[in-house]
Design a protein around this ligand. Structure first.
Ligand code: MN3
Length: 199
C-alpha cells in the first residue's frame, strides 16, 4: 500500500508574501513528491510496505545499510509535518497550555524564540529545527539532513525546514530572515498545541 503524498493543507498562494507560490510548487510538488515516490519504490513488496510510515522510519533508522531508504521515508514525513507547522495568518505567540508550558520550560516565550532561531541558523548545511517534547519537557533541537526526533523517542510538536530549497527563491542566502519570518508570520501554534495535547 503506497504512502500517499498529502496535498498542501492550504493554497499555493496562501503563505504569500512570506513564502511564494513558486517556492511551494517546487518544494511540495517536486522535492516532497520525489521523497514520497522514492520511498514507495524502495519499500514496494517488502515488510515495510504494510507498516505506517512512522514505524518504517523507526525500523529503518536502526539499519545503517538502509540509510538511503530512511532518508526518503523521513523526508516524506518531515515535509508533511512542516506544511502543517505553518498556516496563513500564522505567527505570533501560542496561548493556553502550550504558552504556559513554554514559559515553564524555557523561562519565557522570547527565550524559546531565541533558542529556535539559533537552532535553525546554526544547523550547518541542510536540516531541520524542531520543538519537541522530550520526557515531559519541551526542548528545541536541530537535526541534520533527513533525521527527525521520532528516532530518539521525542514527540515532535513543530518543525521548520532549513534546507536551502525551503527559502532560497524568496530569501536567497538570508536564512535568518526566513527564520524570523517563520516565527512572526507563519508558525501554526494550533498544530503544536494539538500535538502537545495528544502526547
Ligand atoms: Mn524541504
Amino acid at each position: 500500500m503506497a504512502y500517499e503524498l498529502a496535498p498542501l493543507p492550504y493554497d499555493y498562494t496562501a503563505l504569500e508574501p512570506y513564502i511564494s507560490k513558486s517556492t511551494l510548487e517546487f518544494h511540495h510538488d517536486k522535492h516532497h513528491a520525489a521523497y514520497v515516490s522514492k520511498f514507495n519504490d524502495a519499500v514496494k513488496g517488502t515488510d515495510l510496505d504494510s507498516q505506517s510510515i512512522e514505524a518504517a522510519i523507526k525500523a529503518l533508522a536502526s539499519d545503517p545499510a538502509k540509510n538511503g531508504v530512511f532518508n526518503n521515508a523521513a523526508q516524506a514525513w518531515n515535509h508533511t509535518f512542516y506544511w502543517n507547522s505553518m498556516k496563513p495568518g500564522g505567527g505570533g505567540q501560542p496561548t493556553g497550555d502550550l504558552a504556559k508550558k513554554i514559559e515553564a520550560d524555557f523561562g519565557s516565550f522570547d527565550q524559546f524564540a531565541e533558542a529556535f532561531k539559533t537552532a535553525g541558523a546554526t544547523q550547518f548545511g541542510s536540516g531541520w529545527a524542531w520543538l519537541v517534547l522530550d520526557g515531559g519537557t519541551l526542548k528545541v533541537t536541530k537535526t541534520l539532513n533527513a533525521d527527525n526526533p521520532l528516532t530518539s523517542g521525542q514527540v515532535p510538536l513543530l518543525t521548520m525546514d532549513v534546507w536551502e530549497h525551503a527559502y532560497y527563491l524568496d530569501y536567497q542566502n538570508k536564512r535568518p530572515d526566513y527564520i524570523s519570518t517563520f516565527l512572526s508570520h507563519l508558525v501554526n501554534w494550533d498544530f503544536a498545541a494539538q500535538n502537545l495535547a495528544a502526547a
